[in-house]
Design a protein around this ligand. Sequence first.
Ligand SMILES: [Fe+2]
Length: 150
Amino acid sequence: MKLLDRIFHREDLGHGPDGPYMRRWTLLRLFDYRLYVHRFLESDEGNHLHDHPCDVLTFMFRGRYIETTPALKRSARTEKERRSFPNQTTLKVYSAPCLRRFRAEHIHRIDLLSENIGKTWTLCLFLPKRRDWGFYLDDGSFVRWDEYSG
Ligand SMILES: [Fe+2]
């Protein structure tokens, strides 16, 4: 396994009190496209919803996760509208096999049930980065990923 970890550049993401939340292997890097295998080790860090730097195509081939999204997705188009988010969310369970595509602007967080910790895997294609990303606090304000403290 160590040889595969080297070949596919294994890295752990997140260094919160619960340890890394994800283990990642890079299968392919072509121009600004990246193909990863992700193993979910914990729920996402912090307690807040986040968006993304790029569009994502993801195939869950094992396991299950719970996704939390804002209840009113279409109101997330502008900064002003984001700030006026009602503090309401929707939960949805995704189980393997499951193919999903979401845009960088998609706002969510991923949580794992204890039985799925370390047992949820995805093959994930990241399209080229095209925006800054970050977290949405309870009052609707936006904090960049590198300024977020959880
Ligand atoms: Fe995410």
